[in-house]
Design a protein around this ligand. Structure first.
Ligand code: ZN
Length: 256
């Protein structure tokens, strides 16, 4: 497979230049930076939302969806920050984990089962203050399940049962894909075996993942969306990702 990172970053830098976004290198994995992007001017009266993708290198719709969303430059009533590719060495080769095979979405805090953070995780943790401030009112991490034809989400809300935020994200995925994954056990980077997905949902599952960590650190709500990628064209998954990003922003602005 042709390396992808250079092509993606060239387009990302062009879009950021054209649309006046601010870029920061959070740190490099090997020779590849993890880029953090946000609107140049922060408005202190608006919510702070973080959108990330590319924890797993073979899950392409998230990074490309964020890039297309940034390109469209939609005006929103929120301070938006993005990390389009968390795992640049994995993305470059279309491989799930980084060059050293480390699992990227675990170890953000110590759990009984999990390992410590990967190289990417260490860089995110080193930028903790910036990341926590950027995700204060919500964080969305877009993933894909390349083995599945069905969609699902992992969410964290400050309610005993899933609220508007979770339901809104599931509803949006339901507009793009046939049905939610149901009664299937899935593995996460920090737990193998992992949780059961029931009616497309895993709710408040604590395993030291990025979304779990930021919720514990005080984010109002966090989510992982899993677009199904088994025999579904990339373009369709990218369009779904853009729709999910827009819905996530609307739901966070609306609040609980
Ligand atoms: Zn993933």
């Amino acid at each position: 497979m042709k390396p992808q990172y250079g092509l993606f970053i060239r387009q990302l830098i062009r879009v950021c230049g054209n649309n006046g976004y601010w870029l920061k290198n959070l740190g490099s994995v090997g020779d590849k930076p993890i880029w953090f992007i946000r609107t140049a001017e922060l408005n202190p009266d608006l919510p702070n939302l973080l959108i990330v993708a590319g924890f797993h290198g073979e899950e392409k719709a998230g990074p490309w969806g964020i890039l297309k969303w940034l390109e469209a430059k939609k005006e929103v009533k929120a301070n938006i920050s993005c990390i389009p590719i968390v795992n640049p060495t994995g993305f470059n080769l279309g491989k799930r984990y980084n060059t050293w095979g480390e699992k990227s979405n675990g170890g953000f805090y110590l759990t009984k089962k999990g390992n410590g953070p990967s190289e990417e995780g260490k860089i995110l943790i080193a930028n903790k203050d910036l990341i926590i401030a950027s995700s204060k009112d919500g964080m969305l991490s877009t993933h894909e399940d390349i083995t599945s034809k069905d969609y699902y989400v992992y969410t964290f809300e400050h309610h005993r049962i899933p609220g508007k935020f979770t339901c809104g994200l599931l509803e949006t995925l339901g507009k793009h894909f046939e049905k939610p994954l149901n009664n299937i056990q899935v593995n996460t980077d920090a737990s193998d075996p992992g949780p059961y997905v029931v009616n497309g949902l895993v709710y408040r599952y604590c395993d030291g993942s990025f979304e779990d960590w930021l919720f514990k650190e005080g984010s109002a709500r966090t989510a992982v969306t899993e677009t199904p990628a088994h025999r579904i064209r990339l373009q369709r998954r990218v369009l779904a990702t853009i729709d999910i990003i827009n819905k996530f922003i609307d739901l966070c602005i609306e609040g609980d």
